[in-house]
Design a protein around this ligand. Structure first.
Ligand code: COA
Length: 288
């Protein structure tokens, strides 16, 4: 049985906030770039002059997405099939990038695994699988990018993480552990690789609409319902995540390294019923 290849689409009527040439001539390798948030990160980078290599396990999806991206932006995108858990495949993907473009300026570590599962229901292999994809995969791709290019030329590495570990988020222990590990890795990489001109950061989105993660992890809640739980009143968009990465990858962010940019509209700080409690408080006050 062949799995369905979901077709990604590019942004309509993209409005530039930054100059359109801020990544001109640069090259980014984006794991998980075949779909979701990382597809849009690739698109936004390309709209700012950056060539891309999108990496993932599903070649057909990568091919389709790279064609869509190139057509929409007029900038080159090539697919590279690799399971980031396997160093040999990661080395081949980075080699493909260097053969094609001769450089690798930005690495986005976006490939990750997730599913909802309680600790009680989780198998040994399920927990291990997420650590292998998220932590080891992120480590593998960063190491190969650094060894093969960035240690001699500098660069920017951005890991896409999450905020699950800031609280004991229900049904997400496996991912929370992995993402906190990646944040720790970023700090060590930032310190050790800073002298080589490499900046390393994390971007931690909350729920982002129009993504597989949103559909699967929000357990049937609608965007409108989740909006009510976010202090700024709305969940994130793929474009917002892409533009945060664009800023971090650019020279404008030259002093930022080792940090995590939290991009969840403030949701991690609240329990979700703040709006209702505020309403009750106002009612109480009006009765006084
Ligand atoms: N609940 C509980 N356990 C799960 C699970 C779920 N929803 N999905 C997978 N697992 C378990 C499997 O049962 C297996 O454990 P077992 O051998 O003890 O049965 C283990 O995790 C590995 O799963 P498998 O699918 O065989 O591994 P894989 O390497 O092919 O793929 C994932 C791993 C996480 C990528 C895959 O499960 C997946 O496709 N997940 C959904 C897509 C995704 O994560 N997208 C990320 C964006 S949110």
């Amino acid at each position: 049985m062949t799995s369905e290849v979901v077709t990604e689409t590019c942004l309509e009527n993209y409005k530039y906030s930054f100059k359109s040439d801020i990544l001109s001539g640069k090259v980014a390798l984006i794991t998980g770039g075949g779909s979701g948030i990382c597809f849009t990160i690739a698109e936004i980078f390309m709209r700012h002059g950056c060539h891309t290599v999108i990496v993932g396990r599903k070649l057909e999806r990568l091919q389709k997405s790279s064609e869509t991206l190139t057509k929409a932006t007029g900038v080159k995108c090539i697919p590279a099939q690799a399971d980031i858990r396997k160093p040999v495949e990661v080395i081949a993907a980075v080699d493909k990038c260097l053969q094609e473009f001769g450089r690798l300026d930005v690495l986005i570590n976006g490939a990750a695994g997730n599913f909802l599962c309680s600790l009680e229901d989780m198998s040994f292999n399920a927990f291990k699988t997420i650590q292998e994809i998220d932590i080891l995969g992120t480590y593998n791709v960063s190491k190969v990018a650094f060894d093969k290019y960035m240690k001699d030329h500098g660069g920017v590495i951005i890991h896409i993480t999450a905020l699950l570990h800031l609280k004991g988020t229900l049904l997400q222990a496996h991912v929370g552990v992995a993402k906190s590990g990646i944040e720790t890795l970023a700090k060590h990489q930032a310190v050790e690789w800073g002298p080589k001109g490499v900046r390393v950061m994390c971007v931690a989105p909350g729920p982002v609409e129009a993504t597989e993660g949103f559909n699967r992890l929000t357990m049937g809640l609608t965007v409108e319902q989740i909006n009510q739980m976010v202090p700024i009143g709305k969940v994130g968009t793929r474009q917002e995540m892409g533009e945060i990465c664009l800023f971090l990858a650019s020279d404008m962010a030259g002093q930022i390294t080792g940090s995590t940019v939290i991009a969840d509209g403030g949701q991690w700080m609240v329990s979700g019923d703040e709006r209702m409690r505020m309403q009750r408080y106002r009612q109480m006050k009006s009765r006084m």
